[in-house]
Design a protein around this ligand. Structure first.
Ligand code: TYC
Length: 113
């Protein structure tokens, strides 16, 4: 893709600078990351719903849907964020589970566009 850009090297008065065609300018959105919740046989369903509400701000109905998706299919998406936020969310889930003695685990995964 080509994009118009101004050549700003020329500072002489009156000259607005040359307009040049730049190939493939490096203007890219930073990659997004999915926070994935993993199923296990021991974490109580109500605790998973509680975590989805408190960490991700999902309402009770949405949290129950995500929990059931994980329970029946093995994994499910809790949300999509920047890398830093996804890392924080996943850490929060895993720490909360550990603190309550549950094996519940989440992980993050980059989204490729
Ligand atoms: N499979 C768990 C149970 O039967 C419930 C559960 C759901 C656990 C989702 C983890 O991410 C999870 N109690």
């Amino acid at each position: 893709m080509f994009r118009l850009s101004k050549d700003n090297n020329d500072t002489t008065s009156g000259d607005l600078g040359a307009v040049v065609l730049e190939k493939d300018p490096e203007i890219k959105e930073p990659p997004s990351y999915q926070v994935i919740l993993l199923n296990d046989d021991y974490t109580p369903m109500e605790f998973v719903v509680y975590v989805l509400q408190t960490v991700f701000g999902h309402n009770h109905q949405k949290s129950t849907e995500i929990m059931m998706e994980v329970h029946t299919k093995g994994m499910g998406v809790c949300g999509i964020f920047s890398k830093e936020i996804a890392e924080m969310m996943s850490y929060e889930v895993n720490t909360m589970a550990k603190d309550h003695g549950h094996p519940l685990l989440s992980e993050i995964e980059p989204l490729t566009d």
